[in-house]
Write a protein that binds this ligand. Structure first.
Ligand SMILES: Cc1ncc(COP(=O)(O)O)c(C=O)c1O
Length: 494
């Protein structure tokens, strides 16, 4: 029996619980058929590299719940008849793949594609409990500071002059020309991106850009290099497409470009990077490494996916030109978003593609979801052209610099020399290394118990994760709440 089971001993969940879950899901999804024999506890333990007791515990639980049955002399099998209450309590998502209907008669299971199977089987994304009073969640801007009155005024301006054009399908799938021109101008000025408005495609946030890039450029089995640690949203998109990931380490200056020359990376065709503010470490890739990366890509004929998600927020350091600008736009796809500078539910981002790729991107965009809403695009274009974005950014830079200082002050006060703040003076989150006797899981648990949400950085690593690293998003928290949160954390870890 061939069953792909992955257990991760870094997770808080015990191994026997993980194995129980994996087997249960395989039974419910019909990948383990009714009546089918499962391996003996010894064979399963050997193949997974865990103790026999771990397997026995999971099997016993599955037998107790009616998923498996043990027959004397013929080993353990999947129950032929699954209990009704079990099927009735299934979430809708699982019902689609069932091989039994609710009344017990067999119905054909809906077969998923490789893409669907990957998504169905992947672990849920770890997040912070939204009910916690103080959440150091990453990627959340200071939403209460958004100039809503200005936005409303611009919205009304367009609604008042409502025309059929505003409501109809857009004639140009690349996005509103006025917005593309405004973005082109903004990127040239602030990020040294060199492009014409024809190379800019408006999309629904940078995650959609990553998804489209993946579909257009990556074949099943291709090798993609990713920063380690790195952004999960990109990794998952590549994996769902069937790509193999090669983790490239990140040091205090960002991705270690020379590791792209290693044997493991010899087949790499694309690399995903966050050079302006590495996610999650917060490092900034120096000019020298940027040039090395570009040289490597040119030599290799590889594509660089440059995700510039929050580099507008820099507190002191000078910006380094985007890879896209340094490369003269040849083999770099530049991705940006308004999720952090304005608000995430706006769902407007942009991708700057080499001229030769503009057509295929526009067509992929059309297949995916046609267009971004016209009204919001026009409002955003005015917001940029009338200087509101620059004004808002200036205010937010000052605000985030203060919030960042409050966080660092709190950490130094409560952890003294047991804390190391990593990364550059930029962005809306920072990664820290805490020296404590508690495991990462216990740190998160103890924080939760005092109403503080934070994430261990382990989830961002493909391998080689280090204990004691945590990511603190501070954009959405006032200085007072930041100080209070760190005070509570300090006490909880004493
Ligand atoms: C590194 C990075 N890239 C991309 C995104 C996606 O942003 P959006 O799809 O909202 O534009 C995020 C979100 O937090 C991120 O952290």
């Amino acid at each position: 029996m061939e069953l792909a089971i992955t257990l991760d001993n870094r997770l808080a969940e015990s191994l026997h619980r993980q194995l129980y879950e994996e087997l249960r899901r395989a039974i419910l999804a019909g990948r383990l058929k009714p009546g089918e024999r499962v391996p003996s506890t010894r064979a399963m333990a050997d193949s997974l590299g865990v103790s026999r007791a771990t397997v026995t515990l999971s099997y016993e639980q599955l037998i107790a719940e009616g998923y498996l049955e043990a027959a004397i002399g013929s080993g353990t099998r999947v129950c032929v008849q699954l209990p009704d209450e079990l099927l009735q309590s299934l979430p809708v998502k699982q019902l689609k793949a069932e091989s039994f209907s609710l009344n017990g008669s067999k119905t054909p299971a809906i077969k998923l594609s490789a893409y669907g199977n990957y998504l169905d089987d992947s672990k849920p994304l770890e997040g912070i409990d939204p009910d916690l009073p103080i959440s150091f969640k990453t990627g959340r801007p200071a939403l209460e500071e958004f100039p809503m009155a200005e936005w409303r005024r611009l919205l009304l301006r367009h609604c008042r002059t409502s025309s059929a054009r505003l409501l109809d399908y857009a004639p140009d799938m690349r996005g509103e020309p006025k917005l593309r021109a405004a973005i082109c101008n903004y990127l040239g000025r602030s990020r040294a991106v060199r492009c014409s408005a024809d190379q800019i495609i408006i999309i629904n946030g940078s995650q959609q850009a990553i998804d489209l890039v993946t579909k257009i450029l990556i074949e099943r089995g291709d090798t993609v290099a990713v920063e380690n640690p790195g952004y999960l949203g990109a990794r998952r998109a590549f994996l769902a497409q069937g790509a193999k990931l090669v983790p490239i380490p990140v040091d205090e200056s960002g991705i270690v470009v020379e590791k792209l020359e290693s044997k493991a990376a010899s087949q790499v065709k694309s690399v995903y990077v966050t050079p302006s503010h590495q996610f999650p470490t917060g490092t900034m890739l120096p000019l020298q490494r940027r040039l090395e990366l570009l040289k490597w890509a040119e030599r290799r004929g590889a594509v660089i996916i440059e995700d510039d998600y929050d580099s507008e927020f820099r507190f002191g350091s000078r910006p380094i030109p985007a890879l896209q600008g340094l490369s003269e736009g040849k083999n770099v796809i530049y991705v940006g978003t308004f999720s952090k500078v304005l608000f995430p539910s706006l769902r407007i981002g942009y991708v700057v593609v080499p001229e030769s790729l503009a057509r295929v991107f526009t067509r992929a965009r059309w297949i995916a979801d046609r267009q971004t809403p016209t009204l919001e695009q026009l409002v955003l274009a005015d917001f940029l052209n009338e200087g509101h974005l620059e004004r808002h950014l200036r205010r937010m830079r000052t605000l985030y610099a203060k919030r960042r200082q409050a966080l660092i002050r709190g950490l130094k006060l409560h952890f003294e020399d047991r804390v190391d703040v990593l990364g550059e003076n930029a962005g809306m989150h920072l990664m820290v290394r805490l020296q404590t006797d508690f495991s990462d899981e216990d740190v998160v648990l103890r924080a939760t118990e005092v109403g503080v949400g934070l994430l261990s950085a382990r989830i961002y690593y493909l391998n080689d994760s280090r204990a004691g690293e945590f990511v603190f998003g501070y954009g959405g928290l006032s200085e007072r709440r930041i100080s209070e949160g760190i005070k509570r954390l300090g006490k909880a870890l004493r």
